[in-house]
Write a protein that binds this ligand. Sequence first.
Ligand code: PBG
Length: 323
Amino acid sequence: MSFPQNRLRRLRTSPAMRRLVHQTRIDVDDLVYPLFVKDGAGLVEPIKSMPGCSRFSPDTLVTEANDVASLGIPAVLLFGSTSKKDKTGSAAWDEDGSVQQAVKAIKKAVPQLVVITDVCLCSYTDTGHCGIVKDDRIDNDETCHLLAKIALSHAQAGADIVAPSDMMDGRIEFIREALEKNAFHETAIMSYSAKFASAFYGPFRDAADSTPAFGDRKSYQLDPANDRQAMNQISLDIEQGADIVMVKPALPFLDIIYRARQRFDVPIAAYNVSGEYMMINSAADTGSLERDAAIMETLCSIKRAGADIIITYFAKSAAKLLT
Ligand code: PBG
């Protein structure tokens, strides 16, 4: 059929008509809100590189988590940072570390909230790298042992999901084995599987104090040009025991989300990262675009590409817009 039998505008004639044929729906159930926690008490420090986001101490974080839950958001993703950095990042698996304390406090005060923890070394090592450095190289297998220790300490604190973001080979297997061995049969793993070496992490590194002291992360994170490798990485992570896989960042990699959706049957998370957050905020601040509309269009595009879960600093704003 062609024009004039076919006029697609017939289905766009009124708000009700548009609602009727509206396809992709963002739901508050899709959202995860990232939160930053550091050692201390009574702290709420606005993050300069990410206006609207703050760093909390474990005690103040509970209030924030309550807020998040009351908006209907089902999950938070916790990132730790510390001033006690060393060669191996040992503060990361301290049972009294800020993340471990925060997990315990949130699970006690807001038990209905799913608590996900970022598992990585970059905020804890003196090099700022996601693995331990030996002879100027990142030692993969040794790092995997430490990542398993971190994940286990998070599970012991009560984390529902651990989320390794380091991009070492084999880490899912190491983590799954440690969890099973210690009877954490129900702790899920959300793997940052297709995590690209991206320029869009800039604002976050300031927030989590995790900028590498030398070099970059290209020897472990994916080359943005490589979609086949991303598929390979995701399938290996599923084989090793990941329950949820992630594509990160989201916007420059919507095709990866789409391909992963066609190919794999586990839930797919997409991380709308700090640089994507700041692109919209900076443009909205200067009046170049309308913030709320840009947020919802962005989240819609990520969901339309095939993501089931969207991790975003806009989660609270979006939840408010959705009600
Ligand atoms: C570190 C980590 C990063 C992010 C999440 N975990 C930064 C990096 O890899 O350098 C980025 C998140 C964001 O930009 O919002 N393991």
